[in-house]
Design a protein around this ligand. Structure first.
Ligand SMILES: Nc1nc2c(ncn2[C@@H]2O[C@H](COP(=O)(O)OP(=O)(O)OP(=O)(O)O)[C@@H](O)[C@H]2O)c(=O)[nH]1
Ligand SMILES: [Mg+2]
Length: 304
């Protein structure tokens, strides 16, 4: 009997995007996938759980994993987020450590660089936001991190303008293992429409409310009903910790809630390409961040 060698020239693998909060990981995921999958705000700790986005380059399938920022976590929710981020890195074939080049290297970034050192994975260091930073600053920062960690490549990119992303794609695909594609060619993400809807509302919430309120809140899509005319009725609940927070969220004459609802609905309609009837309720659930079920809904593991 003759053995027939099967040609497997295709490449495929998981690429974790990790970094300190606000480095631009979600912006980068969206840019690489070419679609808004992850929410983005100027605030830290916007992303709360891992999120997959798929893209193809040089006939290779790159399965990107956006992760929550890694920082010194104290509260249970923070610890669950950071655990999810490290898990994303551990499960990946390639790790991209994204660094905000506009500020000095944070302790979180240093810890991540050191944490990656022992790993056998291919790691790429990418300085982000080079559209608003002087090049001379980058060299010193690059040296500092390369002294601390061990990286296969160091790149300068702008997730916002797309500068350097082709080089990043080239480096990633060069490192990918020879494996058959895991997803069909047109597959973009594993995020469900319900989850996307919760996330879009949370983005608007993060942009509208300040200080501790965004961090004292979780948003869930509780009902999703397809209507005969092709539109969809979506019911969401914003969980807050206290009555005083509920009052702020609703706002005078319901103004706060209406504003978020309008922005979220408009964006959802664009993303889903159909009419959306969005109903948002606010509920006080004291201690929701110590409630196992909420973690499940956020796509997070419960941590003790
Ligand atoms: N100028 C500039 N701003 C950027 C770039 N990439 C991201 N940003 C901004 O940086 C901020 C944070 O971006 P995100 O993508 O939410 O950052 P993140 O790393 O996902 O943040 P967390 O989810 O909180 O960990 C937003 O205001 C982005 O618009 C870039 O290349 N250039
Ligand atoms: Mg993010």
């Amino acid at each position: 009997m003759t053995n027939v060698a099967v040609s497997t020239s295709s490449k495929c693998g998981f690429v974790a995007l990790i970094g300190a909060p606000n480095a631009g990981k979600s912006t980068l995921l969206n840019a690489l996938v070419g679609s808004k999958i992850a929410i983005v705000t100027h605030k830290v700790q916007t992303t709360r759980s891992r999120l997959v986005g798929v893209a193809i380059h040089n006939e290779s399938q790159m399965i990107f994993v956006d992760t929550p920022g890694i920082f010194t976590a104290n509260k249970r929710l923070e610890r669950a987020m950071v655990a999810a981020a490290w898990e994303g890195a551990n499960d990946a074939d390639i790790v991209v450590l994204l660094v905000d080049a506009t500020c000095k290297i944070s302790d979180s970034t240093k810890t991540i660089a050191e944490g990656l050192k022992g790993s056998s994975k291919k790691t790429i260091l990418a300085f982000n936001k080079i559209d608003i930073v002087e090049r001379e600053k980058l060299l010193a920062m690059s040296k500092q991190l390369n002294d601390l960690g061990s990286f296969e490549e160091t790149l300068m990119i702008s997730a916002k303008t797309g500068n350097g992303l082709d080089m990043l794609r080239d480096k990633i695909t060069a490192f990918l293992p020879e494996e058959p594609w895991l997803y069909p060619e047109d597959h973009l993400t594993d995020i469900t429409e319900r989850m996307l809807a919760s996330e879009i509302t949370r983005e608007k919430f993060f942009l509208r409310f300040h200080e501790e309120l965004p961090y004292a809140t979780t948003i869930e899509t509780e009902r999703w009903k397809e209507l005969k005319d092709g539109s969809v009725r979506v019911e969401q609940v914003i969980y807050v910790e206290r009555d005083s927070q509920k009052m702020i969220v609703i706002g005078k004459g319901g103004r706060g809630l209406k504003a978020i609802g309008k922005q979220a609905r408009e964006e959802l309609e664009t993303l889903l390409d159909r009419k959306v009837h969005l109903f948002i309720f606010v509920k006080v659930r004291k201690g929701w961040s110590d409630d196992k079920e909420r973690y499940l809904n956020m796509g997070l593991q419960w941590v003790n």
